[in-house]
Design a protein around this ligand. Structure first.
Ligand code: PMM
Length: 265
C-alpha cells in the first residue's frame, strides 16, 4: 500500500503532494514501483497535530481519489470522517482506512456498513493532540490485542461484514518506540486474530530511534526507507496482508524476497 498524504504537514512527506495533480502523479508513480493499492489521506495524524476541518479534508482528498480511481488504481481513503469516507467511495475508493477504528466519528461504522467496502480498524486511543500521554501499558501486546478485539466486535455489531475487517496495530499511535518494537516482534499474534493484517511502520519515530547512534540524532524521516523495508520483510514473514509505505520500491523487493524465502522453506 503506497501512501499519498495530501497535507501540508504530515511528518514525513507533508507538503510534497499538496496539489491534486502532483498527488495523482505521485500515486501513479507508486503503482509503477509496485504498489497494489494507494492510500489517500488529507489529515495529518502526526503526534501533536490538530485536526483539519471537514470541508478542507474533502477538498484535498476527493479529487485525488477520483483521479487515481479513474486511472484504474485501487484506492483506499485514510480518514476518520464518515462524510469523507462516503464521498471517497462515491469517487471510486474501494477501502476505508480509519486510524480511529470507527471511534472518532459515530457515523463511520454505519457509513462503511452501507458502502459494503473493506474497513481498516487500527488500534487507537485518542486524537493526535494527546496520544503520547496515552502510551501507557502493562503488557502492550495483550492490551493492543484486547482493544483491537473490542473494536472488531463493535464494527461487526455495527453492520460491517466480518470478512471486510482488516486490523492494524497502529504503530506510533499512543505508543513509544519500545512499544512499537514489541508489537513488530509479536505480529504473528496479531495475525492470529484471524483477520488480514496491515502494518504501517513507514519512516516512523521508532525506526529513527533504532537508527540513531550513540550521541547522534535519529536520521530524518526520509532517510528511513531501508529501515522501513526491513520491517516490510518481517511483516510479510509474519503473514501481513499489506504494508503501508511512502517509498514502494524497496518494500516491493523486500516482500518479494520474503515470499521467495517462504517458498523455499
Ligand atoms: N499511520 C499514519 C497514517 N495512516 N493508517 C493506518 N492504517 N495505520 C497507520 O499506522 C497509519 C495510517 C501516519 O503516518 P503518515 O503521516 O506518515 O502517513
Amino acid at each position: 500500500m503506497g501512501v499519498v498524504n495530501v497535507t501540508p504537514d504530515s511528518f514525513s512527506d507533508g507538503g510534497r503532494w499538496f496539489d491534486t495533480t502532483a498527488a495523482v502523479k505521485h500515486g501513479l508513480h507508486l503503482v509503477s514501483e509496485g504498489a497494489d493499492l494507494v492510500d489517500v489521506g488529507g489529515e495529518s495524524t502526526r503526534p501533536g497535530a490538530s485536526r483539519v476541518d471537514e470541508a478542507e479534508e474533502l477538498r484535498r482528498v476527493i479529487p485525488v481519489v477520483r483521479g487515481l480511481a479513474s486511472e484504474g488504481v485501487t484506492v483506499s481513503v485514510d480518514t476518520m470522517r464518515a462524510r469523507v469516507a462516503e464521498q471517497a467511495v462515491a469517487a471510486g475508493a474501494l477501502l476505508v482506512n480509519d486510524v480511529s477504528g470507527g471511534l472518532a466519528d459515530p457515523d463511520m461504522i454505519p457509513a462503511v456498513a452501507a458502502a459494503e467496502v473493506p474497513f481498516v480498524v487500527m488500534h487507537w486511543r485518542g486524537f493526535s493532540e494527546s496520544m503520547n500521554s496515552r502510551a501507557v501499558y502493562g503488557d502492550v501486546v495483550a492490551e493492543v490485542l484486547d482493544e483491537l478485539r473490542q473494536r472488531m466486535d463493535a464494527v461487526i455489531a455495527g453492520g460491517v461484514a466480518p470478512e471486510r475487517v482488516v486490523i492494524d496495530p497502529g504503530l506510533g499511535f499512543a505508543k513509544d518506540a519500545a512499544h512499537d518494537l514489541t508489537l513488530v516482534a509479536h505480529l504473528a499474534e496479531l495475525h492470529a486474530l484471524g483477520r488480514p493484517l496491515l502494518v504501517a511502520a513507514s519512516r516512523k519515530r521508532f525506526l529513527g530511534h533504532v537508527l540513531a547512534g550513540p550521541g547522534s540524532p535519529p536520521p530524518p524521516a526520509r532517510e528511513r526507507d531501508a529501515a522501513t523495508a526491513a520491517v516490510s520483510a518481517l511483516s510479510a514473514q509474519a503473514g501481513a496482508w499489506a504494508v503501508r509505505v511512502h517509498e514502494v520500491r524497496a518494500t516491493a523487493d523486500a516482500v518479494r524476497v520474503a515470499r521467495a524465502v517462504e517458498g523455499a522453506a
